[in-house]
Design a protein around this ligand. Sequence first.
Ligand SMILES: [Zn+2]
Length: 295
Amino acid sequence: MADYIVRAHAADKQVRAFAATTAGLVEEARIIHRTTPVATAALGRLLTAGAMMGRMLKGDNNLLTLQVTGDGPLGMLLATADAKGNVKGYVSHPEVSVPPKAPGKLDVGGAVGKGMLRVIKDLGLKEPYTGQVELRSGEIAEDLAYYFAVSEQVPSAVALGFLTDTDCSVRQAGGFIIQPLPGCDEHVISTLEEKIAKLEGITGLLVAGLSPEQILEHVLDGFELEILEQITARYHCNCSREKIEQVVLSLGSKEVESMIANNEPVEIHCHFCNTRYVLSVAELERLLSEAGQQG
Ligand SMILES: [Zn+2]
């Protein structure tokens, strides 16, 4: 089953909901970054949330970045998503393993540690919008719910789940975000809160093989769910040789001249897709002369 995000309304447009199935893109991240199960879980949760939150953006060129900087062994985690279901990310230390919390329970919070969650929205304005909160548990879903409550003043239900096979590949991944819209009836909010408090987590729903639509139907049972759209989600890095050349040029002609003077090729590594770009001295000279011609 291909990955996708569902956007929905409920309770007569008083509530908005997102749900996603992301096993494919989380598995792709695992292969690119060679993550251990706990690193796959942490990055997978962040990518899943990023894909859904990216869909909350209004403009096609807007970008959302989630950055988790904890003092745990995983180091920094980052996920960037657009509004069209494209998401990419990385973790500083994909090779880290920590003892499980309980048999079969990965200790994501322990691997992330204490620190900050930053949400950066690039809406095409001069300055991006940045909101940040301290991590609550490092388990990602709880931290995002806390961010929504504190930084955006929207009480939100966030659930992110993940399941591996015995060979460490990703069997299931997904999640949901449910939020009241402005003007939502207090009674709707409290009924929803009670219902969500009784949920036993999303992993059970994923194990049962529920689709994002079925997950929302289950969670929002009795709230007149209205599915609005289904968007394909994928792991996608948009780096290219041309973009890398532009980055090198943006360092300024003096910098490029000194690279040429070093007489060694320049190697640039894309953290998101693990591609290595090598620019030879001849290519650097060509770049410099083309830039000169453009004035
Ligand atoms: Zn890349």
